[in-house]
Design a binder for this molecule. Sequence first.
Ligand SMILES: [Zn+2]
Length: 416
Amino acid sequence: MMKLFALLVVGGGLLLPVSALAWGGAGHQLIAAEAYRQLSPELKAATFVVLAAHPDFAKWTNAYHPNSSYDVAAYVFMRSATWPDEIRKTDNKFDHPEWHFIDYPLRPPGFAFEPDARPTNNVLFGISECEKALGNTNAEPVLRAAMLSYLIHLVGDEHQPLHCSSLFNATYTNGDRGGNDLYVMPAQKGIGLHGVWDGLLGSAMSPRLQWNYATVLLTKSPASALPELKAHTMPKAWSLESRQLAIEFGYLRGQLKGATQAEDAPPLPADYLKNAKAVAEKQGALAGYRLADEIRAYLKCAGPVPLLPENKFDAVPATLPEKISPELAGKFYDETLVVTGKVVAVTERPTITILELDKAYPNAFFTAVVFPENAGKFGDLKKLAQQNVEISGTIIQYRNKPEIILESPDQIKVAK
Ligand SMILES: [Zn+2]
């Protein structure tokens, strides 16, 4: 009984429920990274000054690991992108659950436009509150910090098509809550359509991976290749773009088959995920450019802000060890390495599979995790129990412990 309890605690703590989070944390960090990279040195410094009043600022700066890619200010900016989801359903005074979306009702087959039922409490209202607070240098610093964090988050939310729509038909007479109540099967098991879209910009909450992904996306979609940036400059117009994408690519103009229960979920049509991913990446790029524009337009500071010091990172050892033990993994955050050890526990849960090396919970040094969308590639992971393995990948920090996210079977080898 004790053992079961311990396993539940480990698994339960590892992943937030995907259905509640737009884009998942990874997508929000990606959009934040894109926007941050485009800001002037003055505005980068200004965001850091504003976020210094945030209730979680010390937690974020403490979690930062110096590295050559991004400095602490960029890290804090990326971390603040997920905070509005982290405080959802808590009694935090800054929790605004209604701000994360705008539910334009979608009614096939005509999809005639209908306004949101909550015109004064939705993502557009939330963004306008952020703009107001950031433009007012006399507003309370903690409010300005919270609202900057919200702006970074909400511009992302608004570009997730299923955050701007809810399907109404004979099955969903009160709407499908942005696809949360409509189940489909992208791989082995049924999940909410909303969750499928949330995961399209990555599942790893790794600032390093998302920082690099931002470079890739900005190169793939330069501003000059996105006519929408000039055509639609206001948040309302962005929400209407998302609504249209939900109709065409989310619900396939009403032809998408779904179920009200995960067990009955039908598979997604061929090409659905490929097309959805292309839409998500374009939306991710637009969100990054538009977030940078919002910050340029609205973020005011009372006086000049000193520029941030250059990111001089000299803590990298000249040569990294090729292989390390699980015990040492916590010394190499954000580095890509091979960790070698013995698998002492394999825990399979619907939301995650966890491998622990050398020591198990609560004394685990290091874990490797597989999310459900990749589980099918690995076969039976239970077979690895008691084997010596080599696990390669980027070491990230999760709840103060090192972990590697396994996305491909080449990342794990059984040692001879
Ligand atoms: Zn959200």
